[in-house]
Ligand binder design. Structure first.
Ligand SMILES: NC(=O)c1ccc[n+]([C@@H]2O[C@H](COP(=O)([O-])OP(=O)(O)OC[C@H]3O[C@@H](n4cnc5c(N)ncnc54)[C@H](OP(=O)(O)O)[C@@H]3O)[C@@H](O)[C@H]2O)c1
Length: 303
């Protein structure tokens, strides 16, 4: 590998793939850590047994079992998989970094704003406490603990909001109903929806890799806080469709389990205070601009 070599855990997923494309366009060599073999993949067992490839300059973890996989019931076994796929992969990379002779400069971990207790009243910046009172905040607390790396390796933890982009996450799930005119707010739509455009999240990870003063927790969200109702209106408008059919909270609770449905039925007002202090410039600060970019069946690539 070269002096600009990045290892991406979960580099085959929505965020990881987009990140790999951005970093490759900037001249980085990319290697994914993944469960299936491929030319640019190494396995988790290789990382555990042999450590990081020589000359790795940065490590990013974007691995994690998709919990909004609606084909999977919210059973204890599935919850365990959701946890282990985040905590064990993070621990495996942190251990490999700590054991490496020739250490990478930075470890970037992508977690979630689920760290903060859902509330329609509280406002959270990076110094706010993570309560650990519900499944997701408990998960994030354990996930971030697993990332401990020894100095001088910089640790950057990006607590991401819902990542908006055409080919993954929440938009992939709701594109068709909205496109067909069956979209609508979730519950009363008043819950906050912390969000970030996929381009900005990957640019923020790149920013964290390249700026040696960046360390600690960053809230990976747009500075413009919106509610689910505001998102619904904006996305429907960008698609040129109505969005009057609300999704009752009780139906989501029944179909998904209340513990999982809370990701959609509840939200947090999250501010990216430290991201702004570091001088990061967003490409999509405004939800209308973001929705215009991905509200197409086949949007153009914009890495
Ligand atoms: N998308 C969002 O809105 C969002 C928001 C906040 C935080 N995040 C976090 O960001 C991370 C990536 O999200 P994403 O949207 O890119 O997810 P994704 O598209 O589902 O990709 C997940 C990646 O994790 C790997 N993975 C899945 N199950 C695994 C398991 N059991 N063990 C090891 N690796 C596993 C997959 O790699 P292989 O199948 O190739 O092994 C895949 O590359 C997740 O941890 C997620 O919680 C996402």
């Amino acid at each position: 590998m070269t002096a600009k070599s990045v290892i991406i855990g979960g580099g085959t997923g929505f965020i990881g793939k987009h990140l790999g494309e951005l970093l490759s366009s900037k001249g980085y060599d990319i290697m994914n850590v993944a469960r299936m073999p491929a030319s640019k993949n190494i396995s988790w067992s290789t990382i555990e047994a042999s450590g990081l490839p020589k000359d790795t300059s940065a490590v990013v973890n974007c691995a994690g079992q998709q919990f909004m996989d609606f084909t999977k019931s919210w059973t204890p076994g599935f919850k365990q998989n959701v946890q282990n796929s985040r905590i064990y992969t993070t621990k495996a990379l942190a251990t490999a970094i700590n054991k490496a002779q020739d250490k990478p400069k930075v470890f970037v971990l992508v977690t979630g704003v689920g760290a903060y207790e859902p509330s329609n009243v509280n406002k959270y910046d990076e110094s706010s406490p993570t309560t650990g009172t519900d499944f997701f905040s408990r998960l994030v607390v354990e996930w971030e603990k697993a990332a401990q790396v020894d100095p001088p390796v910089r640790l950057v933890i990006i607590r991401s909001g819902a990542v908006l982009g055409r080919w993954g996450g929440m938009i992939k799930n709701m594109f068709l109903p909205f496109f067909l005119g069956f979209g609508g707010p979730i519950g009363d739509g008043k819950q906050y929806l912390p969000w970030i455009h996929i381009d900005d999240l990957t640019r923020l990870i790149n920013f964290a890799i390249e700026n040696e003063n960046v360390k600690g927790v960053l809230n990976g969200v747009s500075p413009n806080v919106i509610t689910n109702e505001e998102f619904t209106k904006s996305f429907a408008k960008a698609l040129g469709r109505p969005a009057f059919i609300p999704v009752p909270e009780a139906i989501l609770n029944f179909a998904l389990h209340p513990e999982r449905a809370m990701i959609m039925t509840k939200g947090q007002h999250v501010i990216p205070k430290r991201v702004l202090e570091y001088g990061f410039k967003y490409r999509y600060e405004n939800i209308n601009d973001a929705c215009k970019e991905f509200a197409h069946l086949f949007p153009k690539k914009n890495v």
